[in-house]
Design a protein. Structure first.
Length: 544
């Protein structure tokens, strides 16, 4: 990323002292239970200002929502579980709850050498699915599959190439970490620095060891500096991102792939306005890794943006964009850069995914949430076409006590989702999709039930059904064959079950046990091939 972009961003922050002197705080890791705690409080009707379409949350934003829940708590009417949730969150967010709206009291310099820690053991018996396959793209698209002509029709066979991998079977959205067959160990810890109220920093190294190659390696999983807060914040470094209301996945940007080295401008907290809708935004600037695919070198710049708005207390609406542009192997003149920024022409040097999402909470139905995301690989006027979808519902209080909840989520990836002719490697980062973990040309069904014995004692059961090959299937006949031997692509079907139990061990130490098993029929679209995968995961965490 150019130095000038950082200078401009710093200049903007300096010009907005009202935002700079908000309480700066590090972000909460996306696999932290803090998110489920806040989600449960929303289910009890104690938090209504939450925005789920932009994550991670800053610790200050989480503290703001805890205060909101406290203000709405009625001593004689609040569920015991809700009271426990608030108490636990206050234990996990002591600094932010102490100095929120009292920024002048924050010490000029402070630090926490061990904010969180996690020791993880993973045993994998199986092999990941490769997403490498040819896909038939007929073109002639309409909207929602209705009509046609918004994109030119293609003569058969018109093939595009899907690429990538699922990484680790039964373990998606893990910051790009891929565990290998056999025993794997993962040790992660984070420390934080605070510069008064206006700045903060986080460093999270990670030690990984795998039995398969008997090699240990250390990498920086997250590490960044932040300036500002509330309505305007600058973050420079490596961090997670998630755009969309989905739980299992989102189309534009998730933490499925490795964390981006980025410059980010955002509003970590909800910006309240007297005349406009309340909103949050995030603008991410990065660059993807160098790839050579089919003899073509690429190293594009990457831009992602998300604007989430709340027209009503129980309604959230978002607009999102992810774009690869420029770099080696494409035209980089001024006109090409402009077209790459604007997009939508056959001559631009970019690849974009864009769309919108919606989340609706139903207070009369125990605060059940309905949500959906639509994103397209192309656009006709303002409307995204070549659509992919995420849709689901979440029932936070399946029972009146709130100790049981249920979620269902569906994903359909268009046949050409995450593919592109200008960037043949596709919408990937180090081999994994930047968006939904299941990749393009697929559909996925996900069901999750959980029971809360207490705030730190939770049992969850999950089921998956994934189909790949029925969208964009390449067929053959006697006169025209694709691929060696002329083998027809079969429809791959994956059925999986996963169970997890989290429970306290001692003081701030907690544990997680998880077991998953899946059965893949017509493995990698080869008729008759089967694959059975098993994964065992055990974790010991500190203040996670």
């Amino acid at each position: 990323m150019r130095l000038s972009n950082i200078v401009v961003a710093l200049f903007v922050v300096v010009l907005c002292p009202g935002f700079v002197f908000a309480l700066s705080s590090p972000n909460i890791p996306l696999d932290s239970p803090i998110y489920t705690y806040l989600e449960k409080l929303s289910g009890f009707g104690l938090v209504s200002s939450d925005v789920k379409g932009i994550r991670p949350f800053s610790r200050a934003e989480a503290a703001r929502m805890v205060r909101e829940a406290e203000e709405k708590t009625a001593p004689d009417a609040t569920s015991p579980l809700a009271t426990e949730l608030i108490s636990r969150l206050k234990e996990l967010l002591p600094r932010e709850l102490t100095y929120y709206d009292r920024e002048e009291s924050a010490p000029a310099f402070d630090y926490d050498p061990l904010t969180t820690a996690r020791l993880r053991y993973v045993y994998l018996d199986g092999a990941p699915r490769s997403y490498y396959r040819a896909v038939h793209d007929p073109g002639d698209d309409g909207v929602f599959g209705i009509g046609g002509g918004l994109r030119p029709s293609n003569p058969y066979p018109s093939l595009v190439q899907q690429r990538g991998s699922e990484g680790t079977p039964l373990f998606e959205n893990n910051d790009g970490v891929v565990y290998k067959r056999g025993t794997n160990l993962d040790l992660t810890g984070s420390g934080e620095l605070y510069f008064g109220a206006m700045g903060s920093a986080l460093v999270e190294p990670q030690l990984l060891w795998s039995e398969a190659d008997d090699e240990a390696r250390v990498r920086l999983n997250r590490g960044y500096v932040k300036i500002g807060g509330k309505g305007l914040e600058l973050e420079v470094g490596r961090d997670e991102n998630w755009f969309g209301p989905g739980y299992r996945g989102a189309i534009t940007l998730t933490n499925n792939a490795r964390n981006l080295d980025q410059v980010k401008l955002s509003s970590p907290e909800l910006v309240r306005s007297k005349y406009l809708w309340d909103l949050k935004y995030s603008l991410v600037f990065s660059r993807l890794e160098k790839t050579i695919t089919d003899g073509r070198e690429r190293e594009p710049y990457f831009f992602a943006g998300k604007l989430a708005m709340k027209p009503l207390e129980n309604l959230e609406f978002g607009i999102n964009l992810g774009r690869q542009a420029g770099g080696p192997g494409v035209n980089n003149g001024f006109g090409d850069i402009v077209r790459g920024l604007v997009g939508g022409t056959s001559e631009d040097n970019s690849n974009s995914i864009a769309g919108f999402d919606l989340r609706l909470r139903l207070p009369w139905l125990r605060n059940t949430e309905l949500y959906g995301e639509l994103s397209g690989e192309d656009a006709a006027a303002f409307w995204p076409i070549v659509e992919s979808y995420v849709a689901g519902f979440y029932i936070p209080r399946l029972t009146d006590s709130g100790r049981d909840d249920l979620r269902f989520e569906y994903f359909r990836g268009n046949r050409i989702l995450y593919t592109n002719g200008t960037f043949p490697e596709g919408y990937l980062y180090h081999g994994l999709p930047l968006g939904h973990s299941q990749g393009g040309a697929t559909q996925d069904f996900f069901l999750r039930y959980s029971h809360w014995f207490s705030v730190r004692n939770n049992l969850a059961l999950e089921a998956f059904h994934t189909r790949r090959g029925d969208y964009g299937r390449v067929t053959v006949d006697e006169t025209e064959r694709y691929d060696a031997g002329g083998v027809m692509q079969a429809i791959e079907r994956k059925n999986a079950l996963r169970a997890s139990w989290t429970f306290p061990v001692f003081k701030e130490w907690s544990a997680l046990l998880l077991y998953g098993q899946e059965w893949v029929h017509n493995y990698e679209l080869r008729a008759g091939d089967t694959q059975m995968n098993q994964l065992l995961r055990a974790e010991l965490t500190y203040r996670y």
